[in-house]
Design a protein around this ligand. Structure first.
Ligand code: ATP
Length: 344
């Protein structure tokens, strides 16, 4: 037992939000893997999504937001957002209230995961602006037959996300940052994004800054994805392009993400709550686990993250105990146990 535990000294705190759908089962798998690897932290479990809605509360309770604000670091399972009606997205609320302006989503080819792109050795990162755009949720209907959504883009947010992307690229030794936009049509909003992008790019002469229109980007991503390094983009394009990128390397079950703000960071998978497979033991916990590894690196636990990453890669490479989304037949818990066994 650690001395800090023995003497009741304050240890590292992490907020855990299991969420709904497959959230609780994949969160449990991830926490057990972290524990098996010897990671110690004081977890504070917080409610969001369906468990809160069931009690008549909001999808993202203020108490949860406040606790994350105090703790600073959170690992979050998915929370469902109803289509076309119902409550406001828990994720959008959290990202706005904590000003988690950068959504970072790495896409990497994984050994043993066969896709049409397995031979391409992909390694790119999507940096998605997380607080505005059409996600501002400003919608109204002046008449019953006219619905309008406002796309909100501010100069400050454009500058901040582009600076984050270049800074991250430099820290990771990356060579190119590409702005993804539709400034040929949205000349003011996306035009301003592009303007700020090139202002920031001018300060990073060691990194190539260029841009691409979002539709062309999607085509290029399925024709020659290996050409990209860092993609920086607005909220909605980032949402769509990151699911596309998840598909390039094996699907949503593998795609991790981080929501980064000035003082808070919330780590969560790219995928949603997958209600179609919830409670069936079919969910792949790798995406949330890899988000957890991003969290470990964020708090400086690089060796621990490397060790768990190696265990995951060896199970994927062996290919015998993977979940159904990867063509295997292992349950969530069988896969979890395989990763734990691979930790050695
Ligand atoms: P959201 O809009 O909340 O992001 P979504 O519409 O993108 O949600 P998901 O819940 O992410 O939808 O699910 C999309 C598909 O991917 C579903 O068929 C789901 O079962 C599958 N899926 C998502 N996550 C996983 C996972 N961790 N393991 C296996 N399959 C998954």
């Amino acid at each position: 037992m650690r001395l800090s535990r023995l003497f009741g000294m304050a240890s590292r705190r992490i907020a855990i939000i299991p969420g709904d759908g497959i959230g609780p089962e994949i969160t449990d798998a991830v926490l057990r893997i972290l524990e098996a690897a010897g990671f110690e932290a004081e977890y504070t479990f917080l409610e969001a999504g369906q468990p809160s809605l069931d009690k008549g509360g909001p999808a993202m309770p203020d108490a949860t937001v406040q606790a994350i604000r105090e703790i600073g670091v959170a690992l979050k399972g998915p929370t469902a957002t109803p289509i076309g009606k119902g409550h406001v997205s828990a994720n959008v609320t959290l990202r706005k209230k904590l000003d988690l302006f950068a959504n970072v989503r790495p896409t990497r080819t994984l050994p043993g995961v066969t896709t049409p792109f397995s031979e391409r050795d992909l390694d790119l990162v999507i940096v998605r602006e997380n607080t505005e755009d059409l996600y501002a949720g400003i919608e109204f209907m002046p008449t019953p037959d006219l619905a309008q959504s406002i796309k909100v883009i501010t100069r400050g947010a454009c500058m901040r996300i582009c600076a984050y992307a270049f800074d991250m690229a430099r820290k990771q030794g990356r060579k190119r940052v590409t702005a993804v936009h539709k400034a040929n049509i949205m000349k003011m909003s996306d035009g301003m994004f592009l303007e700020e992008f090139y202002k920031v790019a001018a300060q990073y002469t060691d990194i190539k800054g260029d841009d691409i229109i979002v539709d062309n980007c999607c085509m290029q991503l399925v024709m020659r994805p290996e050409q990209f390094d860092v993609l920086v983009t607005e909220n909605l394009y980032g949402d769509i392009v990151s699911d596309l990128c998840a598909g390039l390397v094996g699907g949503l079950g593998l795609a991790p993400g981080a929501n980064i703000g000035i003082t808070n960071a919330v780590f969560e998978a790219v995928h949603g709550s997958a209600p179609d497979i919830a409670g069936k033991g079919l969910a792949n916990p790798t995406a949330l686990l890899s988000s957890g590894l991003m969290m470990l690196r964020h708090i400086g636990e690089h060796a621990m993250a490397d060790r768990i990453q190696a265990a995951v890669l060896s199970v994927l490479q062996e290919g015998k105990r993977t979940t159904r989304d990867l063509g295997g037949s292992a349950s969530t818990t069988e896969y979890r146990d395989a990763v734990i066994a691979a930790l050695g």
